[in-house]
Design a protein around this ligand. Structure first.
Ligand code: MN
Length: 152
């Protein structure tokens, strides 16, 4: 795992985002940040192998069963980013306000790289079983939706 792309895109003399490093946590961080960039979106992040695996969610993340969002993989972020809130300055990558929209922990049920991820999210807004299924028609695309087991 590497934060090369994350670091290449940012000037840490200008943005207050954490420079961060790859580090081992307990592997359970779940966070969604609402990002008022040129296009409003949400950023879903799950701690895995010392970084935050990240996806951009174009509309409000699905709290109920039945809504599927096409989300796009973005660069790995440092663990320290999970607490970041603030204003990314004009002219910098991702300029605009970032606020934490939901946070908590998650339990991994299945993690098949670039194929299928199933997790139990334990946040305040998103709480339950969620699936990320690779959507091959779109580059870096995944479908993100609530996927309770039948009968729940
Ligand atoms: Mn973003």
């Amino acid at each position: 795992m590497s934060l090369e792309e994350y670091k290449r895109k940012r000037d840490f003399g200008k943005t207050k985002e954490p420079a961060g490093e790859v580090k081992k946590g307990d592997g359970k961080i779940y966070v969604i940040q609402k990002h008022y960039a040129s296009h409003l979106h949400w950023d879903l992040r799950l701690e895995k192998d010392g970084v935050l695996k990240s996806w951009a969610v174009p509309k409000e993340p699905p709290t109920k069963k039945g809504t599927r969002r096409l989300v796009i993989t973005t660069e790995d972020h440092p663990i320290d980013y999970a607490d970041f809130e603030g204003e990314i300055p004009e002219g910098e990558y991702g300029a605009g306000k970032v606020e934490i929209w939901d946070s908590g922990t998650y339990e991994e049920e299945k993690w098949r790289e670039d194929k299928e991820i199933i997790v139990q999210l334990k946040g305040k807004r998103l709480n339950g079983r969620y699936c990320l299924i690779r959507f091959q028609k779109v580059e870096n695309g995944w479908l993100f939706f609530r996927c309770d087991k039948n009968g729940e």
